[in-house]
Every structure is written in C-alpha cells, then in structure tokens.
Design a protein around this ligand. Structure first.
Ligand code: NAP
Length: 250
C-alpha cells in the first residue's frame, strides 16, 4: 500500500521477533512510525528485526517482556513511552498455541494460551490506554484468528482466546470511541509463518482445498491491513473484525 504516512507516530508491536509481528513492525516503520519491537524469549531474533528496520532507515527499539505478566506488560509500555516519548499505536500480536483435543488438553495448556493471547492483549491495552485517552487519539489492533470466529478441532484453548479477543475489541472500542481511539481486530486465516510450517504436508494440502484463493496468506497480507487501520483514512472504523483469509470463511 502506498501513500500512508505514519511519521510522528509511535507503535508497539508485541511478539515481533518473527512471523507476522516482525513484518508488521517493519511495515509500520517503512510508513514512518517509530516502532517498539517486543519479544519474550527470542532476543537474538528480535535484535535482528530492530537492526534490519534501522538499516532500512527506520527507527526501532527493542523492548522485551512477557506480555502475559502484569509487571512485565506494564514495564514494556513504560519503557517504550520513556524511550520514544509516547505511544499512538498498539498491535497486540503476541500469541502461542498448544493444540490438543479437548479431552486430552492439560489445564495448564489452556491457561498458558489464554494468558499470552488474551490476558497479554488486555494488559498491554490497559497500560497503553491511559496515554491514548489522554492524547485523544490512538489505534489498538488485536490479532485474533478465523479460528476465533469458526472454531477448530484441537484448538479449544486457542479458539477461546481468539474469540475472547473479539469481545475485548468490541467492548473497549465502545469505551474509548468518544476519545478518538479506535480498537479493531484482524482475523487472519492460514498465514505462512512457523505456525503453519509446523503442519504436515498432508494437513497443509487439505487446508488449501478450503481456501478459495488457493494459497496461504503472507505476513505482508496482514501487515497491509494493519497499516491501513492505523492510517487517518480508517479513523471512523472501530469495533470491527477484519478477516484476512483468501475467502476461507466467506
Ligand atoms: P509466531 O511466528 O509463532 O510468533 C509469535 C510471536 O509471539 C513471537 O515473536 C514470540 O516471541 C511472541 N511471543 C510468544 N509469547 C509471548 C509472550 N508471552 N510475550 C511476548 N511475546 C510473546 O506467530 P505468528 O504466526 O507470526 O502469529 C502472530 C499472531 O497472529 C499470533 O497472535 C497468532 O495467534 C496470530 N495468527 C497467526 C496465524 C498464522 O497462520 N500464522 C493465523 C491467525 C492468527 P518469543 O519467541 O520471543 O517468545
């Protein structure tokens, strides 16, 4: 997408050490935003993301921390605001999956997936929102999934967390709309990252049959939607869930 200028804006992308988050961070920086690159464990990979943004002429800041822990999430926002002087855009992208059929799913795997995908988004939004409300402008984008809309066998925890993000998005959108802060969710289908790579070839072939466009999505497909929702042109769009799935659940 061309012509979108986010210069002067500060963005935080959680879970930006690889996959969708890394590409979203790079794309926001390319559009002119100063970008916080968050990670939990993969500091080397996240450093590579920061370095490559800087090499391309952008501004990026490494801001580690497990978003599912309250003190860490609060510190991530605080460190970013101290470094760049504020925050305008929050992309709640950090996510994990621990797939298993319900009757075999360990309660701790349910809790971990809920904590990173849903609680992490709640906590980051909670601590960023004070700034966004005060300045009467801001963007929050939550990375849900088509699985949160349609369900998927073996992903009761992940689907519940991603459906929870839809509720979080709509409730918070209503709360902060009068302050000129928009809150939306993206629901990607199958995007070519580690999450899809780890599926067997047979499973991948079966999934492709269900995608009218006949291909998996790319992180760039998701990043373009993020940049649009962060733009001035999207200022009247809030509380929405945008599916990016090649027509899979159309
Ligand atoms: P990925 O390649 O597995 O990357 C996940 C990112 O989240 C990594 O940067 C990881 O960093 C970070 N992360 C994990 N736990 C964290 C925590 N507690 N605190 C902070 N960061 C944490 O995933 P992806 O495929 O790019 O997916 C990104 C988002 O899109 C996820 O929310 C996912 O559910 C969603 N999504 C993906 C697809 C898909 O097909 N790929 C489809 C729909 C939705 P560390 O390694 O440092 O922990």
């Amino acid at each position: 997408m061309t012509g979108i200028d986010l210069s002067g804006k500060v963005a935080l992308v959680t879970g930006a050490s690889r996959g969708i988050g890394a590409v979203v961070a790079a794309r926001l920086a390319e559009a002119g935003a100063r970008v916080g690159v968050n990670y939990h464990a993969s500091s080397d990979a996240a450093t590579v993301v920061v370095d490559s943004i800087k090499k391309a002429g952008g501004e990026a800041f490494l801001v580690g921390g497990d978003v599912s822990q309250e003190d860490k999430a609060e510190a991530v926002i605080k460190n970013l605001v101290e470094h760049f002087g504020g925050i305008d855009i929050l992309i709640n992208n950090a996510g994990i999956n621990k797939d298993q059929l319900l009757i075999r799913m360990k309660p701790e795997d349910f809790d971990n997936v809920m904590n990173v995908n849903l609680r992490g988004a709640f906590l980051c939004t909670r601590y960023a929102m004070t700034h966004l409300i005060r300045q009467r402008s801001g963007r929050v984008i939550n990375m849900s999934s088509v699985v949160g809309l349609s369900g998927n066998p073996g992903q009761a925890n992940y689907a519940a967390a991603k459906a929870g993000l839809v509720g979080l998005t709509k409730a918070v959108a209503r709360e902060v709309a009068s302050r000129n802060v928009t809150v939306n969710a993206l629901a990607p289908g199958y995007i070519t990252t580690a999450m899809v790579d780890e599926l067997s070839e047979e499973t991948q072939a079966k999934i492709l049959e269900r995608i009218p466009m006949g291909r998996f999505g790319t992180p760039e497909d998701v990043a373009e939607a993020v940049v649009f929702l962060c733009s001035d042109g999207a200022s009247y769009i809030t509380g929405q869930v945008l599916t990016i799935d090649g027509g899979m659940i159309a």
